[in-house]
Design a protein around this ligand. Structure first.
Ligand code: BGC
Length: 836
């Protein structure tokens, strides 16, 4: 790549008229993982794209430049605060500029059909209005900095199982009212510059070659005027994808365009005119990117400032949901003796797994955050919560005495004597994805890697060492093989579903003795099997773990003894990026093995226990009736631990509300019967009854309803009025803080049609606002929303939206389960409409 500055902007039509066919064809695909193709002759630079949705990783999965990490999608939506989320979007825009990227690959705007979705944490909500409002706020924030947002994954990528092959089969009504709706709202309220297509099919046709979704609906009905790119390795055809409106194949180098497009033009399957339309969108994006003035191939920088930390802390703490608080147990008193217990205490679960994950500037664990405010608080693990062993780099040192391991890269396997390393790198993180590793000496995806370091145990014990690979590998301690993931390999979930299961070896090691650890790895092409349907992975990767072997019973006993001695207990449980990740769905809704037993045992000895759950989606809570206080803290980004401590000790009065229902059991959720790919199809049998729409219709009890969230104060919502100016419904009310501390309340407005001609959900969220009210004070609130969006359903007979003549109730309150205020509006004449 050259180093052309993006100073001036191109004239799109002029450039288009001068491009040769081969230059046009080149522009239709990326050149590598994160860059579009340049045409320097005509002043067209290469543009950098970088992943969102909760931070901007930059150009490297492997040894990336650190970045700001925001809370996961559900944690952001739980703030119900569009101004705050817009600020978060703006922060992402500035982070992108620092990383030299003009395009962010986010927000993620899919729906949580089931609690088990591997990427459920990335998406905002089970409600299309809330998801649409949060997407629009994020996009408006990002695009206010000049950076382009890419709303993804359009559409119905709501599970990971066989995500490239699966056919999401659903009614047109469910597609329109639920799955397209958040994209439609974002299009109406924020005009994203780019869309990313989903991997899956919708009703038989892959989205990336689906003219109905890309041309008819997106471009014609909604008037979208920007670029559509495929998800990574999600372009599956040459001609069809171009004719259907897919502008850009990502990543590069191309595997299905390039020469094949020339061929398609040659044989008349494509006309030059067809590719011109796609190239025009690429050039428009380039022009937009140029206005940022970023140099091509820019170095990646960090902007780790106190202001960034303060904003991240605010966003994270404002999304924490106080789900239960009997006897007003929380907030805790910092001066009392506190025990901090649980698998998620010393571990900073700052984000979920997969392409959303990034190397944060720093990540505060709950233990660090809580101890910073209550310094004599004591800690016990209680139960291990990990799915894969904690990373080896947490406990090893290099020859130069740095924390981590030394990585060497070779062009020959270990069997070749005197092989020479072509690279030597220090790695601080032994979860290594080599997808975007670059080195001029490495010309193919077939090469070998070694990791070296030393380990000095702080106690004599059995230790477990583990290795999961997309490739082949072995771990040696003092020259002896302890783990073999080469001779016999088992398929597993690692590396987006392309890798092996984690193989574990056990070795007794003595306190104070220093052991030499070595890992030998061969890249993805050396793997002995390849999983059908998994995304392709270039050189693959390896994940190396090391941890003292722990017995759950012993750890629980220790934790119980600690809890008995403390005035109050903060019990930090939940999931992490290994349990919730892109590439696979969860198998059940339970906490990791041992966690429920730990929670029950601690609750039995100390009634002043607050349970803090970190997860992106719901978990089962069999101990719920015995737990006086429960907080849902999501994956909170860099400031995870500080945000939790702020709420636990009352520096922040919690104001988060659930963006999704928490069912009691997985079996209760509406997608339960249909949530896997069954020979490549997933029937959306619950139709429009997703989340609370289903629980309310079937009157099924849930653990916590959609929109629920408590506060350390109390509020009274009164004086409802509902006005109708034909285009919009305007709801006003007053909110009084009737308690003793300042706080914020979310006023939620749901709409229910009185006599619909077809079955409809009992009520649906159509507007909300969050208001801060000082103790004892009263504030007026106003919620305004589109009347046609509020009243309409999709009429399959006429293939359009219908707003029926009827009376509509407006139900207002502070949760889907508590809407005591009721107003009305009328539609005087039935009308059909299309468009935005
Ligand atoms: C994900 C996208 C992501 C892309 C690039 C894919 O695996 O589905 O969301 O933007 O990778 O990392």
């Amino acid at each position: 790549m050259g180093s052309m500055p993006l100073k001036t902007t191109i004239d799109v039509e002029d450039v288009l008229s001068q491009l040769s066919i081969s230059e046009k064809v080149a522009l239709l695909s990326g050149i590598d993982f994160w860059h579009t193709a340049p045409v320097h002759r005509l002043g067209v630079p290469s543009v950098r794209l970088s992943d969102g949705p909760n931070g901007v990783r930059g150009t490297r999965f492997f040894n990336g430049v650190p970045a700001a990490c925001l809370p996961c999608g559900t944690g952001l939506a739980a703030t119900w605060d569009t101004d705050l989320i817009k600020n978060g979007g703006r922060l992402q825009g500035h982070e992108a500029i620092a990383k030299g990227a003009a395009v962010i690959l986010g927000p993620t705007t899919n729906m949580q059909r089931s609690p088990l979705g591997g990427r459920g944490f990335e998406s905002f909500s089970e409600d299309p209005y809330l998801a649409g409002a949060m997407s629009a706020a994020t996009i408006n924030g990002i695009q206010s900095t000049g950076v382009a947002a890419t709303i993804k994954h359009y559409v119905c990528n709501d599970q990971e199982d066989q995500r490239q092959a699966v056919d999401s089969i659903l009614t047109e009504r469910a597609l329109r009212e639920i799955y397209l709706m958040p994209f439609m709202i974002a299009q109406r309220d924020s005009s994203p510059d780019c869309y990313m297509t989903a991997y899956n099919r919708v009703n038989g046709v892959h989205v990336s070659e689906n003219p109905r979704l890309m041309q008819d609906i997106l471009r014609r009905e909604w008037g979208f005027d920007g670029l559509v790119m495929s998800d990574w390795f999600g372009t599956y055809s040459t001609t069809e994808s171009i004719l259907a409106g897919l502008d850009l194949e990502m990543p590069g180098p191309t595997y299905i365009r390039g020469q094949l497009v020339n061929q398609a033009i040659g044989c008349g399957k494509l006309q030059e005119y067809d590719i011109d339309q796609r190239v025009r969108e690429v050039l428009k994006l380039v022009k937009r990117a140029q206005s940022l003035g970023l140099p091509e191939n820019a170095p990646e920088k960090t902007v780790d400032t106190p202001e960034t930390s303060a904003l991240l802390r605010k966003i994270s703490s404002n999304g924490i949901v106080l789900m239960k608080n009997e006897r007003s147990l929380l907030p805790f008193d910092k001066k009392k003796t506190t025990a901090i217990i649980g698998p998620n205490a010393a571990y900073a679960a700052y984000c979920g797994g997969g392409s959303a994950s990034l190397l944060p500037y720093y990540a505060v664990s709950p233990l660090d955050g809580l101890q910073a405010q209550a310094s004599d608080a004591k800690y016990a693990l209680g139960a291990p919560g990990w799915k894969s062993l904690p990373l080896m780099t947490r406990s090893t040192k290099t020859k130069g005495d740095k924390a981590g391991l030394t990585m060497k890269v070779f062009l020959d396997p270990p069997s070749v004597k005197d092989r020479k390393a072509v690279d030597e790198i220090h790695v601080a993180n032994s979860d290594i994805l080599l997808m975007d590793y670059k080195n001029p000496a490495v010309k193919s995806t077939l090469y070998w890697v070694s990791l070296d370091g030393t380990f000095t145990p702080s106690e004599t014990s059995d230790y477990e060492l583990s290795l999961a690979v997309a490739g082949t590998g072995k771990i040696y301690v003092n020259g002896n093989c302890v783990v073999d993931n080469e001779t016999k390999q088992r398929p597993g979930n690692s590396f987006f579903g392309a890798g092996t299961a984690e193989e574990i070896g056990t070795l007794k090691m003595n306190q104070g003795e220093t052991y030499n650890v070595r890992v030998e790895f061969g890249t993805y092409p050396t793997m002995t099997f390849h999983t059908k349907g998994a995304t392709g992975f270039g050189a693959g990767g390896l994940r190396v773990g090391l941890e003292r072997k722990v017995e759950v019973e012993t750890e629980i006993e220790r934790a119980v003894r600690l809890a008995q001695q403390a005035d109050q207990v903060v019990l930090c449980a939940g999931l992490n990026k290994d349990w919730e990740s892109e590439g696979y769905d969860r198998e059940h809704m339970d906490l990791p093995p041992g966690s429920d037993d730990l929670i029950k045992a601690v609750l039995a000895v100390n009634p002043n226990t607050a349970v803090v759950i970190q997860s992106g989606t719901p978990v089962a809570m069999p101990w719920l009736k015995d737990a006086p206080a429960v907080l849902q803290a999501w994956y909170g980004g860099n400031e995870t631990g500080n945000a939790i401590a702020d709420v636990v000790f009352g520096n922040t009065n919690p104001s988060g509300k659930l963006p999704l229902s928490f069912p009691i059991r997985n079996e209760d959720n509406p997608a339960f019967l249909n949530y896997k790919s069954e020979r490549q199809r997933a029937i959306y049998g619950e139709d429009v009854y997703i989340g609370y729409r289903f629980y309310e219709k079937t009157q099924k009890e849930v653990a916590f309803p959609f929109g629920h969230g408590l506060s350390y104060t109390t509020f009274d919502i009164k004086d409802l009025s509902v006005d109708d100016d034909e285009a919009n419904i305007v709801v006003t009310a007053t909110v009084t803080n009737t308690g003793k501390v300042d706080g914020a309340q979310v006023v939620q407005a749901y709409v229910s049609q009185q006599n619909p001609s077809i079955n409809r959900p009992p009520k649906e969220l159509k507007g909300f606002t969050k208001v801060f009210v000082k103790a004892g004070a009263t504030e007026k609130v106003k919620i305004s929303f589109s009347k046609k969006y509020a009243a309409s359903f999709w009429d399959e007979g006429r293939d359009s939206w219908i707003m029926e003549k009827d009376v509509y109730d407006v139900l207002v309150g502070d949760s889907s389960a508590s809407t005591p205020l009721k107003g009305q509006f009328k539609v005087d004449q039935t009308k059909w409409w299309r468009g935005l």
